[in-house]
Design a protein around this ligand. Structure first.
Ligand code: 5GP
Length: 202
């Protein structure tokens, strides 16, 4: 008898309120877990300083984005604080079929759409150690005007209410600890009994 794990990629959705540090955690995770594949989202938001098209996001016009929606090129999409964000389908599906684990770093509305389409996905909610900490992080990022900042804080407060829709909660008290927790989740998910494949010896 030979025991192996099923060669099918896991879809790992990392979600949580804006400012919780999803981007920072995912950046550190890339170093800690280079074996994961990270989906690149499309957005109509303007690039921030240092952001590169095709690396951080695919930056699109509203017209281009709406065409992607019409042509069903996105697994999920959402309007978030006045801009569109969405996950291109083809790349994710190809990687999963190859057995690669794929990470989506997306906000809550999008994560809920993914949950409907891919209930077998792993849904991880990243939370700040406190709401005050979240406020400080958004303020210190300093990239948003005051009105956008307030909208993001309102959105964050709504997003936190969705926590029980997720399989796992990771507190982002320290980036390295948060990454370790995510690594532990991914490893445990790979070891689930339903991923075991038994075959006869050759
Ligand atoms: P930001 O403008 O700060 O880069 O992103 C704003 C929010 O959009 C963040 O919560 C981020 O995780 C989320 N986001 C980024 N890409 C996607 C995506 O493809 N789909 C959805 N639904 N949200 C996304």
């Amino acid at each position: 008898m030979k025991a192996n794990y099923v060669n099918e990629g896991l879809l790992v959705v990392i979600s949580g309120p804006s400012g919780v540090g999803k981007g920072t955690v995912c950046k550190a995770l890339r170093e800690m877990m280079p074996e994961l594949t990270y989906s690149i989202s499309a957005t109509t938001r303007s690039p921030r300083e240092g952001e590169v098209d095709g690396v951080n996001y695919f930056f699109k016009s509203v017209q281009e984005f709406e065409k992607m929606i019409e042509e069903d090129e996105l697994i999920e999409w959402a309007q978030y604080v006045g801009n569109y964000y969405g996950t291109p389908r083809r790349f994710v599906e190809e990687m999963l079929a190859k057995g690669q684990d794929v990470v989506l770093e997306i906000e809550v509305q999008g994560a809920m759409q993914v949950k409907e389409k891919y209930p077998q996905g792993i849904f991880i909610f990243l939370v700040p150690p406190s709401f005050e900490e979240l406020r400080q992080r958004i303020i210190h990022r300093g990239t948003e005007s005051e009105s956008v900042l307030n909208l993001r804080l309102e959105a964050a407060s709504d997003e936190l209410k969705q926590i029980d829709q997720y399989d796992y909660v990771v507190i982002n008290d320290e980036v390295d600890k948060a990454c370790e927790r995510i690594r532990a989740i991914v490893m445990a998910e790979h070891c689930r009994t339903d991923r075991l494949k038994i075959s006869e010896d050759a």
